[in-house]
Design a protein around this ligand. Sequence first.
Ligand SMILES: Cc1cc2nc3c(=O)[nH]c(=O)nc-3n(C[C@H](O)[C@H](O)[C@H](O)COP(=O)(O)O)c2cc1C
Length: 204
Amino acid sequence: MTPPPRRPSTPEALALLETRRSVAAAGLHAPGPDADQTRRLLAIAARVPDHAMLVPWRFIVISGAARGEIGARLSQAYRENNTHMPEEKREKFAAIMGRLFPAPLAVVVVSRPVESSAIPAFEQELSAGAVCMNLLTGAAAMGFDGIWVTGWAATHKAALAILGVGEGERVAGILHIGTAKEAPADRPRPDVAALTTHWSPPEA
Ligand SMILES: Cc1cc2nc3c(=O)[nH]c(=O)nc-3n(C[C@H](O)[C@H](O)[C@H](O)COP(=O)(O)O)c2cc1C
């Protein structure tokens, strides 16, 4: 029997993985993925390891006019839920909520572990994290920039209700995707050698 052909090395993919970095949401402008690219991106995002094929995640896509609409609702919810804060500070953060979706596309990755499953919730949440990372890498492969964020809008009950995140669900990430006008500097990267050990048998 002839063995299957060896998967070829793809230097372009390696270069992308070795250079990809995030761009702050405020720096993400048009163009973003169009409808076909978005569909393709979500299919790439869904191609992740998933123990027992539980599909413990889903997507909420935010684009176009919905960005401003959700921003306005989040801004109001922030005000209503932070009445204890000094007004100036509250208004500052409420305004930030209003501008939360500056990029042409945002994808909320919702983690929804299947409780009845024998697969630990932790493993299911890791799968949702892999979805987020695939979105970032897939967007980069399409020539877009992006960032993975969370924060108040991804965790507060009132914000989750606005986004449409239900009981038993959590936001794994809000992925903002668009085009950076300027190439931001990379951040310092971890010293991988210092983080790596090679197993040897424990001394008796
Ligand atoms: C789960 C998760 C949540 C994050 N939330 C935020 C956030 O709310 N705001 C933020 O500025 N960065 C947040 N980050 C960090 C950025 O996504 C990113 O790691 C950082 O900007 C550098 O990215 P890079 O290593 O892809 O270049 C978060 C990262 C992860 C993994």
